[in-house]
Design a protein around this ligand. Structure first.
Ligand SMILES: CC(C)(COP(=O)(O)OP(=O)(O)OC[C@H]1O[C@@H](n2cnc3c(N)ncnc32)[C@H](O)[C@@H]1OP(=O)(O)O)[C@@H](O)C(=O)NCCC(=O)NCCS
Length: 147
């Protein structure tokens, strides 16, 4: 298994994994948003980075990172926004290796923190997260805005 940055040629393989991830969250996105997301993930934009786990040439997992400034540090923080492993490839260490690669990518970019969130009911993901990171007790509040 090889984890590398996604590039424009990966679009066809990335599409079904992204769709699977949206379905996992029972969320629909219009095509323009998906196209815009892919454009940023696969471009030279250093604030949005897409990583893919490949078995040979086959894409089996994806991970999307967003870098942003922090008021608590002069370094950036890295938010791991999306993580998805193809259902038939789960339980084999792909998710774990994507998180490790994300940490490597964030460190190489000079970030001082890698963090992410998940739903309290996502027991499978939390089993992995509890092994590789710390839950420090924070919970998330949200307001949807028109923009
Ligand atoms: C969460 C997810 C990314 C994990 O990916 P994965 O490749 O299956 O994870 P790994 O194989 O690296 O698992 C790592 C650890 O978690 C545990 N684990 C993962 N899936 C498990 C399962 N179905 N049952 C029991 N344990 C599991 C394993 O014990 C493993 O620990 P180990 O390496 O010490 O044995 C994957 O299940 C997924 O895509 N889920 C749907 C989308 C999702 O929930 N994304 C995260 C949203 S925040």
């Amino acid at each position: 298994m090889d984890v590398r940055r996604l590039d424009p040629a990966d679009r066809l393989q990335w599409g079904p994994l992204w769709q699977g991830y949206l379905e996992f969250y029972e969320h629909e996105l219009d095509e323009a948003t998906t196209d815009g997301t892919w454009a940023r993930l696969s471009s030279d934009d250093t604030s949005v980075v897409g990583l893919g786990s490949f078995d040979g040439r086959e894409l089996v997992g994806i991970c999307h990172l967003v870098f942003h400034p922090s008021t608590w540090s002069t370094s950036s923080y890295c938010y791991l926004e999306d993580l998805f492993v193809r259902p038939d490839r789960r339980g084999g260490g792909v998710g774990r290796s994507l998180i490790a690669a994300a940490a490597g990518e964030a460190e190489a970019a000079g970030a001082s923190k890698l963090y992410w969130q998940t739903h309290t009911t996502n027991d499978t993901a939390r089993r992995l997260y509890d092994r590789v990171a710390e839950h420090r007790g924070f919970i998330v509040y949200e307001i949807d805005l028109p923009g």
